[in-house]
Design a protein around this ligand. Structure first.
Ligand SMILES: [Zn+2]
Length: 179
């Protein structure tokens, strides 16, 4: 696993894991299926009903995914608001991922929301030096794989970068401990 993979896993950007899109889900099948209608003039109107069926099936998939994510969030004791903020596209992207991947996604979303609120996420106990943000708190698993220069594990970017860009608050580790 590369450093980039580890950083991405810990929520550098609030996106879902990038696996290849799953082929052959029920949604795909419904959307792409073209019924082989016999060449009988009276049957022609059937084709027009197809888009309605696809739309309602897709909406049903989204509702089921949202309900599943809410149940996972409850299991993990996370704020349900992270699920309610997901877009339709986010929910569609979640389709086909196993529960473990969705749990990791929700934890990353929750950590992101915590940082956006100017707080350190639970478990982010290590101090590193981000080239763009300066000293920041981060998970020890990430700090452990970074090169150390002058006592600081160094990174070119970190999960706080987007908080800094948005003008948010970044809690700082004590620099004196390392200098
Ligand atoms: Zn940073």
């Amino acid at each position: 696993m590369s450093v980039a993979d580890i950083l991405r896993e810990w929520g550098i950007v609030p996106t879902v894991p990038t696996l290849s899109p799953k082929v052959g889900t029920s949604q795909t099948l419904v959307a792409s299926h073209v019924p082989t209608v016999p060449i009988v003039p009276a049957e022609k109107h059937k084709a027009r009903a197809q888009p309605l069926i696809s739309r309602s099936a897709a909406r049903g998939d989204r509702d089921r995914m949202r309900a599943a994510l809410l149940a996972l969030a409850d299991d993990l004791e996370l704020d349900r608001a992270i699920i309610h903020r997901l877009t339709t596209a986010d929910l569609a992207d979640c389709a086909g991922f196993p529960a473990d991947a969705l749990r990791a996604y929700l934890v990353a979303l929750d950590d992101t929301a915590t940082r956006q609120a100017g707080k350190v996420a639970v478990g982010d106990t290590a101090a590193i030096y981000c080239a763009r943000c300066g000293p920041v708190f981060i998970h020890p698993d990430i700090a452990a794989v970074l090169p150390v220069v002058n006592g600081w594990p160094r990174a070119l970017g970190c999960p706080w970068c987007f908080v800094r860009k948005a003008g948010g608050t970044i809690p700082r580790p004590e620099e004196a401990d390392h200098d």
